[in-house]
Design a protein around this ligand. Structure first.
Ligand code: COA
Length: 383
């Protein structure tokens, strides 16, 4: 007997929260230059004795050339640019106040709900996926569920830059299994809280943003697809992981118990960028190609790739590996120049901003990749 066809699930809405403050490469390089000069002067004797390594000065032009990034949004700018601080200023909030993560999530979710023709009361599951979670518990997703007036269940999860695609697959599975009927996936990324603004190899990489999606069983959807943003039927989801230490952040609840105190630079983002580039590109090409084969879609029939936004050259290489030629920005849109790497939010920002022009029947792939390593792809078709 043939296996029953899986229940059809659709993305019925998306939303985006963009912080109001942004930092240009020039501003970032100027603040790091001041910080490096001070650090090297303060440690001049140790540097001369060879016991401390001098820090290298940043270069504004290198940033754009190496990554394609020209600016990034942040939740708070003055603290990041203060050479004596180099992290955002966030007032400590009381238990009665909404957390900063929930606060950025709600406008993105409300926009997604409007597109879906739903309200918070219709939601019966909230999955929050992000590279860094604000606290151990209660889950911020449960705080968001409460603020929305939603029912059902909610949880936080972390698969670094792939947190969006992994949370989308969790939503699709819940909808297919019947354990939820209207799922909000939300990806709040306050990357400025875990980026290393003190080292030139890392200081330019990240930006802050929050994305949200609403997913429902296609048969239940109020959104019939006729609006500008369409309804996007999920043809398949595919996830993969492969262990690597090349992107790592050792911040965690055992830090205080560890016998040897760690270097503070181990407790924020760090990476071997060259190795990541070399190892992840082929992994992602193989992943997307395999996924397209599974859902019986030929690569040239894919109208648009909404790829993770970490590095422009990386995205061109990946799309070239899948298509056999370098794609134009219509085929693989770029938001990296303005937003930098927003971790898990990146591919969803591209999807949110660059899909209204597609026609019914057009096919697309949302794909993320990052620490773990982790890769996730979602093949969608406009209804
Ligand atoms: N200004 C000036 N020089 C810089 C610099 C900066 N901001 N940052 C790095 N450099 C220097 C390096 O120190 C290095 O100097 P060296 O040759 O004397 O050692 C040189 O520039 C080249 O650095 P490298 O790291 O090899 O550059 P790159 O071309 O690989 O680009 C990345 C760096 C990070 C942009 C690139 O490797 C990348 O995007 N990798 C993938 C990242 C990724 O996707 N990560 C996932 C995160 S979720």
């Amino acid at each position: 007997m043939a296996a029953p066809l899986p229940v059809s699930v659709s993305i019925t809405g998306t939303g985006l929260f963009t912080p109001s403050e942004s930092i240009s490469n020039a501003e970032l390089a100027a603040s790091l230059t001041a910080s490096v000069e001070k650090y090297n002067a303060d440690h001049a004797d140790e540097i001369a004795a060879g016991t401390v390594e001098a820090r290298a000065l940043p270069d504004e032009e290198f940033i754009e050339k190496a990554s394609g990034i020209s600016s990034r949004f942040v939740v708070e700018k003055s603290g990041v640019l203060d050479p004596d601080r180099m992290r955002p200023h966030l007032p400590t909030r009381s238990e009665d106040e909404l957390s900063v993560t929930a606060e950025m999530a709600l406008p993105a979710i409300r926009e997604a709900l409007v597109q879906a023709g739903r309200t918070g009361a219709d939601v019966d599951a909230v999955i929050l996926g992000a590279s860094n979670l604000q606290r151990a518990y209660p889950a911020v997703a449960i705080e968001i569920q409460d603020a929305l007036g939603a029912g059902g269940w909610a949880f936080d999860m972390n698969v670094a830059c792939s947190s969006a695609t992994f949370s989308i697959q969790s939503a699709v599975d819940a909808l297919r299994n019947g354990t939820a009927s209207c799922v909000v996936v939300v990806n709040p990324e306050i990357t400025s809280g875990h980026n290393n603004f003190e080292l030139r190899d890392h200081h330019f990489i990240f930006g802050d943003a929050c994305t949200a999606l609403v997913l429902e069983r296609t048969d239940d959807a109020v959104n019939d697809g006729s609006g500008d943003h369409g309804r996007w039927d999920v043809l398949g989801t595919k996830l993969a992981t492969q262990f690597s230490n090349n992107i790592r952040n050792d911040f965690g609840f055992l830090n205080e118990s560890e016998d040897d105190p760690r270097d503070p630079h181990e407790l924020v983002f760090r990476q071997n960028g060259q190795s990541v580039f070399k190892e992840v590109c082929p992994l992602v090409v193989q992943h997307i190609s395999g996924h397209l084969e599974e859902v019986e879609v030929a690569a040239p029939d894919v109208r648009r790739f909404w790829l993770h936004q970490a590095n422009l050259k990386m995205n061109q290489l990946i799309a070239k590996g899948v298509l056999g030629r370098v794609p134009d920005t219509d085929e693989a849109p770029v938001i990296l120049d303005e937003y930098a790497n927003t971790s898990s939010a990146g591919s969803v920002i591209a999807f949110h901003k660059h899909r209204a022009d597609l026609d019914a029947g057009d096919l697309g792939v949302i794909c993320s990749f990052g620490a773990g390593y982790s890769v996730g792809s979602i093949v969608v078709r406009r209804a």
